[in-house]
Design a protein around this ligand. Structure first.
Ligand code: HEM
Length: 220
């Protein structure tokens, strides 16, 4: 349910960026930040399941896993964390495949963020402007310089950037809580989805959605 709401809200944020509506984006980013706080807190409930209780039904899950959450993968793609290899868990014809494929091939929230930044005087290099949108977001020093200048000259936009950072931190917090949940419940066992489990999940633990906002913080 939360992933569905986040998808809806970030579609709106993407539209707001595309149409230069920073204040509408601010209102929505406040909501998604709050959703992340609730999601992080709710892990407490699942953590009341002991390893032995979980093991009593784990076999019945067979290969069912979080990997089958098309909405989570859609959300990652919409946010610009494009991992096309994850489509293999959703073969053509399965529910969600079409939606995930579409999200993979459409511009992300970060692409729309570039569109928003440009009229505010931030240079968006050609390699970003005409990039292959199926590729994940990469940090860019030219964009970072532009954002840094906006931080220093436009305190109103600082509010927007800080809310984006709040969400980004919230998503990483959720990943951390999910990893600890997995670790305390199944330890170093492989996941039912076939991955290495904790070791696999750790790879995206510190992955930022908005890398340019994190890269400049020591200069603020
Ligand atoms: C005891 C409870 C849980 C265990 C043991 C567990 C375990 C795992 C493992 C091992 C993976 C890696 C994929 C695999 O090989 O299966 C995974 C992925 C995932 N789980 Fe869980 N999980 C639990 C609860 C939850 C809950 C409550 C959520 C709900 C929101 C969730 C959402 C996900 C998602 C979205 C992924 C994909 C993450 C990614 O690809 O980065 N899991 N889980």
């Amino acid at each position: 349910m939360w992933f569905k709401l986040l998808l809806h809200e970030f579609e709106k944020v993407r539209d707001d960026f595309t149409h230069n509506r920073p204040w509408e984006a601010v209102a929505t980013l406040k909501r998604v930040r709050t959703v992340m706080k609730v999601m992080v807190e709710q892990v407490d409930i699942v953590e009341t399941l002991t390893p032995m209780s979980f093991n009593s039904f784990r076999d019945r899950l067979e290969n069912a896993s979080g990997f089958q959450s098309a909405q989570f993968r859609e959300l990652e793609f919409l946010l610009g964390y494009k991992r096309p290899q994850m489509l293999k868990y959703h073969p053509a014809g399965t529910p969600g495949y079409e939606r995930m494929w579409r999200r993979l091939h459409e511009p992300s929230v970060v692409d729309a963020f570039y569109t928003f930044l440009e009229p505010h005087g931030v240079t968006i290099p050609d390699e970003l402007r005409i990039r292959d949108v199926t590729e994940p977001t990469v940090p860019n020093e030219v964009v970072e310089e532009g954002i840094l200048r906006l931080y220093q000259t436009q305190p109103d936009l600082e509010i927007l950037f800080e809310l984006m950072t709040d969400f980004d931190e919230g998503l990483q917090e959720w990943r951390y809580r999910h990893i600890k949940l997995v670790e305390r419940t199944i330890g170093s066992k492989r996941g039912t989805g076939g991955s290495l489990g904790v070791e696999f999940l750790k790879k995206s633990l510190f992955h930022p959605i908005f890398p340019d906002l994190w890269a400049i913080r020591h200069k603020l």
